[in-house]
Design a protein around this ligand. Structure first.
Ligand code: ZN
Length: 186
């Protein structure tokens, strides 16, 4: 069976919310099965031993809580209480340790290689960006069918799209075609 490929960014929490894309258009679920969540965790440096349907449900709960909180933060609105509760619960329920490699990189060592441990790392990352502990700005993608929350770390903090390769290019193409229709030259 073929699954939609992952959209991996440099920020763990928003890469995780990007496992559901085109939220305001025709949504694409990129972790439709427990096995696919395990795949996503593995490529994100959070390898787990196994994943059940119940754990996939927990993961999606957390994902939607992060999405709701990040969207509110990007819009300057109060964070939804339920979302905050879910993020905090997941952060507290797992065990993981940050490990320094001899090359000076950070890795995660999960307590018992359980999905709950991996989710605690993702929840803590979400807390980092929601609390302003990390340098950057939460913003919403300018694509009307996407509206994904992303973490803008550009110098000018003026990034418009969650991802240049997908939403950015699509918008550019749409503008190009609109100009051509109006007879405005390139
Ligand atoms: Zn987007």
């Amino acid at each position: 069976m073929e699954f939609p490929e992952f959209r991996l960014g440099s920020v763990l929490a928003t890469s995780f919310t990007a496992t559901l894309t085109e939220r305001c258009g025709e949504p694409v679920e990129r972790i439709p099965t427990p096995g696919r969540l395990a795949d996503w965790l593995a490529v994100s440096g959070l390898t787990v031993d196994s994943c059940s349907q119940a754990q996939l449900d927990l993961a999606k709960d957390l994902r939607e809580a992060i999405h709701a909180a990040a969207t509110a933060a990007a819009l300057g609105q109060p964070l939804p209480e339920r979302a905050v509760r879910t993020v905090n619960e997941r952060s507290a329920r797992g065990h993981a340790a940050a490990v320094l490699t001899p090359e000076g990189a950070r890795r995660w060592q999960l307590g018992s290689a359980a999905v709950e441990d991996a989710l605690s790392v993702i929840a803590a990352d979400a807390i980092d960006i929601l609390s302003g502990e990390r340098d950057g700005r939460l913003a919403l993608c300018a694509s009307p069918t996407c509206r994904a929350a992303f973490f803008d770390t550009s110098q000018s903090r003026t990034r418009k799209w969650c991802e240049m390769n997908t939403c950015g290019n699509r918008q550019k193409k749409a503008r190009y075609h609109a100009r051509r229709l109006q007879g405005v030259g390139e």
